[in-house]
Design a protein around this ligand. Sequence first.
Ligand code: IPE
Ligand code: IPE
Ligand code: MG
Length: 299
Amino acid sequence: MSWIREGELTIIERFCANIIKAGPMPKHVAFIMDGNRRYARKCHVERQEGHSQGFDKLAQTLRWCLNLGIREVTVYAFSIENFKRSKEEVDGLMDLARQKFSRLLEEQESLKKHGVCIRVLGDLPLLPLDIQELIAKAVLATRNYNNDVSESLLDKCLYTNNSPDPDLLIRTSGEVRLSDFLLWQTSHSCLVFQSVLWPEYSFWNLCEAILRFQMNYSALQKARDSYMEERRRQQMERDQAYVTKKLQQEGFASHGDSRRRWTLLQKCTAMREERIQGFLQALEHKRADFFERLCTVSA
Ligand code: IPE
Ligand code: IPE
Ligand code: MG
């Protein structure tokens, strides 16, 4: 049997899924799967059993997402803080992750047919040390180009740069915090906190979260659009200021003639793009080296 559970929705689930799908759907959903140990205590089973059922619930949830047409899911399965738990618990969680995720990766090819792509990332520091060093160097090298350092550049530096930001983030178990998960990427996401413990998560809980997303959809869109617009406006303002300074240095009046101004603006944008591409390529190489070293150490 496939790890992402085989099987379709029941008739009633399918019926409700079709109604929900008539509204705006989140394309990317992030889950903070919380409450495994409370579930184990509640059901008088071993803690490891709670975690195991938590992983199985993930498989089931991915299937629901697939049925609902949600192609991108990011999950918080383990945090750096979780290393502070007992060795026995951490080892148990690592074993489960190894078993379940390697199975998921094996199924990757067949899932690709459904347009699903899987990336399993451990919990890594936002920016490993040598990448911080690279950024520091780049900032020094580009100190004459303050315009390069922007929020959109920061987006491109993150591990999640290949994905759109989550539209919807769900945390279970009644906890109402993000615990350092996707802090930057969820600033315009719909945050839904549900009291259900993760191993008990149901199709209906997922529908409820999507409905909450739909009820807030236009406000979310509006906030995101105006944020993007503000970013563009600020970048344009900085570029204009740069051009004005350049023109003044070259002895032209502060507004210069509009053709010269336009040409300079185009040139400045193209050169920035080139510098940024160079920086991102260097960052990509550093990151590849970092992962390679990480794999060698843990092999
Ligand atoms: C979430 O459940 C899973 C992990 C953190 C690995 P917890 O283990 O945090 O369970 P609770 O929140 O203590 O019930
Ligand atoms: C956060 O869960 C991480 C995961 C769910 C994997 P925790 O239960 O460890 O989070 P805090 O420490 O209560 O915020
Ligand atoms: Mg917890």
